[in-house]
Design a protein around this ligand. Structure first.
Ligand code: SF4
Length: 136
């Protein structure tokens, strides 16, 4: 039986390093850790009103990955498509750890890449939780 894929959508995140962190972690999940089990959309195209894109959350249970408490991806998906299955709030994760955001939006240090791995792991946990619920 073909299992339904899980959507993983990062905020566009051009505004700050937390957005870069969200996008890199999301790509790592899509291309490596959960390749073949996950799909994504282009958030700007979604916001522009593409009707196909706006069916997304109705077709796929979706994890929104947001760089900060503004939760742009979560709010956009829930406004235009449907409820998200889960949200990863990267700023909250860093606050819980007492970690500062990466200093640069463009150049990540090894410590920043360790945060990428942590966020990717949190996304994988959400994806696995959704798939377990589908199997139950
Ligand atoms: S959630 Fe935060 S980091 Fe992401 S696009 Fe919105 S303001 Fe930028």
């Amino acid at each position: 039986m073909i299992k339904p894929k899980v959507g993983v959508v990062s905020c566009s995140g051009e505004c700050c390093s937390l957005g870069t962190l969200s996008r890199i972690a999301t790509r790592r999940v899509l291309e490596d850790l959960k390749a073949g089990e996950t799909v994504t959309i282009c958030l700007p195209l979604f916001l522009a009103g593409d009707s196909g894109e706006r069916m997304f959350a109705k077709q796929f249970p979706t994890v929104a990955v947001d760089g900060c408490h503004k939760l742009c991806a979560t709010k956009a998906i829930e406004k235009y498509s449907g409820a998200t299955a889960a949200t990863v709030d990267v700023e909250s994760m860093l606050e819980e750890q007492g970690s500062d955001p990466p200093a640069s939006r463009r150049i990540f240090t090894p410590e920043d890449m360790a945060m990428v791995a942590m966020v990717a792991g949190a996304i994988v946990e959400k994806v696995d939780g959704i798939k377990e619920a589908q199997d139950a």
